[in-house]
Design a protein around this ligand. Structure first.
Ligand SMILES: C[S@@+](CC[C@H](N)C(=O)[O-])C[C@H]1O[C@@H](n2cnc3c(N)ncnc32)[C@H](O)[C@@H]1O
Length: 166
């Protein structure tokens, strides 16, 4: 059946909320920061902030286009191409993230696949063992364990959950 733009938005946002909530429960006992790779309008960043009130959060994007009230402090922002800012974040933060939400997708699937392949090893360097990556683009080649989406996820939106085992 045809998915309208409204259907697509609902499927996307429901999937994201259910998966992020699930990851917060899974990672309750795992120390580490939270990275939002793809700040965008800061919808999911704001949700992560509510889910992880005691953690340090960092956000990445080309530039800020989120509403002012949702923009993270300057010190938590890495602005520029992910391919440059993720290595810079590793230099600054080391391997310290418990959760990375890589919300990087566009309507150009081929460009997205190239971006996902480029950034996945960079995310891996930042992620602690036992940490999780949630993403809207497959990153199957890094050696992370694929985690099934929660039963509550609607199943009509591509989303991927991984855990770093070692
Ligand atoms: C799907 S949107 C993120 C939506 C956001 N999480 C939200 O909830 O509002 C993807 C974001 O990734 C950013 N982006 C895509 N490719 C990028 C790259 N190579 N470097 C930096 N930012 C990039 C875009 O500017 C866009 O804001």
């Amino acid at each position: 059946m045809h998915m309208s733009e409204l259907d697509r938005m609902i499927a996307r946002l429901m999937t994201q909320r259910i998966c992020l909530d699930h990851a917060a429960r899974e990672l309750a006992a795992r120390e580490g920061s939270v990275l939002e790779v793809g700040l965008g309008k800061a919808r999911t960043f704001d949700h992560l902030r509510a889910l992880f009130p005691d953690r340090t959060l960092y956000a990445f994007d080309f530039e800020v286009h989120a509403p002012k009230r949702l923009v993270p402090p300057q010190a938590s922002l890495f602005l520029g191409d992910f391919r440059e800012t993720l290595p810079a974040a590793f230099d600054a933060l080391g391997c310290s993230a418990a959760l990375i939400h890589a919300d990087i997708g566009s309507r150009d699937r081929e460009a997205d696949a190239r971006l996902a392949a480029d950034v996945a090893p960079m995310l891996d360097a930042l992620l602690v063992p036992g940490g999780m990556v949630l993403t809207d683009r497959a990153m199957d080649d890094v050696g992370w364990q694929s985690v099934p989406l929660p039963d509550a996820a609607p199943g009509n939106w591509p989303y991927f959950m991984y855990r770093k085992t070692a």
